[in-house]
Design a protein around this ligand. Sequence first.
Ligand SMILES: Cc1ncc(COP(=O)(O)O)c(C=O)c1O
Length: 409
Amino acid sequence: MTDLHALAAKYGTPAYLYDLDRIAAAKRDLFAALPEEFDLYFAAKANPHPELLREMRAQSPRPCRAEISSLGELDAVLEAGFTGAEILYTGPGKTHIELTRAIACGVRLFSTESLTDLRHVGAAAQAQDTVAECLLRINSASAAASTSIRMTGTPSQFGFDSETLADLRGELEAIAGARIVGAHFFPLSNAKDEDSLLAEFQHTIGLAAQLQERLELSFSYVDIGGGFAAPYATPGSRPIYDKLRVELQSTLDLHFPGWRSGRTKFACESGRYLVGDCGRLLAGVVNLKESRGRRFVILDAGINAFGGMSGLGRLLPVAVQPQGEQELTERASLVGPLCTPGDILGRDVDLPALQPGDVLTIPNAGAYGPTASLLMFLGRPAPVEIAMRGGEVVSASRITHVREAADAR
Ligand SMILES: Cc1ncc(COP(=O)(O)O)c(C=O)c1O
């Protein structure tokens, strides 16, 4: 059993603890939930920590590929050992500089979000005498699943509108340097339950088959996206998807006969499911105060350390994990140290009796932690990130920011 207080005393707080053994378990569960023929991409945005990325690439139980959307993520995944051939480059704002470097590093698979994005990818590939394999990202006009984070069905920077895609057929085919090999979908994150997730995948696979026909193309690669759920900053376990594998197989048999022999290869993507439960955040109590009848616990970790993509103004459902026999007898707002009223980790959180110097543990904090936070705001150091395996510390490090001279372009 990890002695959290000893770690907090040794490395200081705020500190993230990542248990690498849990990543292997999450990979095992997710690969088991998918047909064996599927590729699985780890979305580096969920947590690009070097040890976590290396774990994703590990053979045990099977290696993930990497989904990235920036040069920072490209560097991180290459450093962790991924090759260009194992990378999918996505995102609505790919610049010429990014595309040029990604192609020079051997990346060939790109998700493209519009005709102009496709042209940009093609031009960058052509300039290096190569051809990029492009997936058309689809913004489906309709949807199936329930979730709080949906990325399709409305006007959006993401993807081609499904209902008008076929009108672009001639133009899509005429882009030098870009070969259309298939489609990419990422309609939602964090699906409510297995039935919702399955319904969305069924919808996606049916739409992929229709689009293939309307475009008179034969897709060799279809990334059906994700939506695999994980608790975020609250206690609880990742869902185990028992039916998904068999149901996906029969949906694919219906719409893509020949997929089993590899005529069309399928892939899924996940961030939070693969890393969410490997992480815990240890936050130190700096002060306690009462204001007009309300209690505030002031922590050394706020939206600068655990922002939950704080720029989105989303309040996380933060809960605290009691240690040992501790009882949750108090209720207070958990706030961070920043000089902004927006620095709130949770309102009306159940807590043990606390005093300055105590350390709180926020569970399931492995996804969208430091790199999804306002790390530089107000100039506090980034949290320590401690990677552990078999109960032993493998590494302890923190992100730093360095100001450097910018070369004129
Ligand atoms: C294209 C794409 N892939 C994967 C992910 C990862 O999502 P999640 O962490 O919910 O699995 C996202 C999240 O926004 C995404 O936009």
